[in-house]
Ligand binder design. Structure first.
Ligand code: IPD
Ligand code: CA
Ligand code: CA
Length: 258
């Protein structure tokens, strides 16, 4: 039993729960703001994933979006987003996933992003590449922003962060990029960068459970991931810029002008 196989099994359990409630009564409630939703699937998925991991690794630390878990002194930390893209999910818009990442001594070592609706399983292990349904994937090869599709997201904030993201979006569009996408699931956005379906992603604030798995996918697929100032990501709430590597500097010039 490897860390990866435990993460994959847990992701499949969550995917099943997500599909069970999709387009049915899902008891939607709001959290930090009226546009930050949680459903019964978020809670059930997190419970199933945490139980699955705890059964095998009772002393590992777990950071989940929906629950609080006892901290241990283990160097292993799992970060779980039981449903990434909850607002999409709650409307039946089929762009959501479960994201499970594992870090050892502050370094991501396993990442799993599972899109149950489209049956797409993205996996990565440090040093072993990134895969989509078992097939190796690689980031795109476009060298310039002009050839790029960029993806962004908005933290649950409708003031400063939103204004800044909108201003950056305008600047990117003026650079003549192919297009901007705002999909509603940061973890899947990162998986799509890893699979070469888009060229660059940025979001000004994300939590560890949103990006731990996806950031490893991008790096293992040959891409680059930093915060907005170009520094290595801290494993806590941060800005994230993830690209095919080639357009990274050009993106940072707009996301973090000096
Ligand atoms: C959200 C999604 C969204 C991103 C937000 C996240 P949630 O996660 O990843 O794309 O823009 O910042 O909070 O709430 O659906 O798990
Ligand atoms: Ca979530
Ligand atoms: Ca999330």
């Amino acid at each position: 039993m490897t860390f990866l196989s435990v993460a994959v099994e847990a992701a499949k359990l969550a995917g099943k729960i997500q599909l069970k409630y999709l387009n049915k009564e899902m008891h939607v409630r709001t959290k930090s703001t009226p546009f930050d939703r949680v459903t019964i699937a978020d809670l059930e998925c997190e419970k199933a994933v945490v139980q699955h991991i705890k059964k095998r690794y009772p002393y590992h630390n777990i950071i989940g979006e929906e629950g609080k878990y006892l901290r241990t002194d283990s160097p292993y930390v799992w970060a779980i987003d039981p449903v990434d893209g909850t607002n999409n999910y709650s409307k039946g818009y089929p762009f959501f996933c479960v994201s499970i990442g594992l870090a050892f001594k502050g370094k991501p070592i396993v990442g799993v992003v599972y899109d149950a609706f489209h049956r797409e399983l993205f996996t990565a292990q440090r040093g072993k590449g990134a895969r989509l349904n078992s097939k190796k994937v690689h980031v795109s090869s476009g060298k310039h922003l002009g050839e790029s599709i960029l993806v962004t997201g908005f933290y649950y904030d409708r003031s400063r962060i939103m204004e800044e993201t909108l201003a950056q979006t305008r600047k990117f569009l003026k650079k003549g990029i192919l297009g901007i996408r705002r999909t509603g699931s940061a973890a899947l956005d990162l998986a799509y960068i890893a699979a070469g379906r888009a060229d660059g992603f940025w979001e000004l604030r994300l939590n560890l459970w949103d990006f731990l798995a996806g950031s490893l996918l991008v790096e293992e697929a040959g891409g680059r991931v930093t915060d907005r100032s170009g520094k290595k990501l801290d494993l806590e709430r941060t800005s994230v810029v993830a690209t095919n590597g080639k357009v990274h500097k050009e993106m940072l010039r707009i996301v973090n002008p000096t």
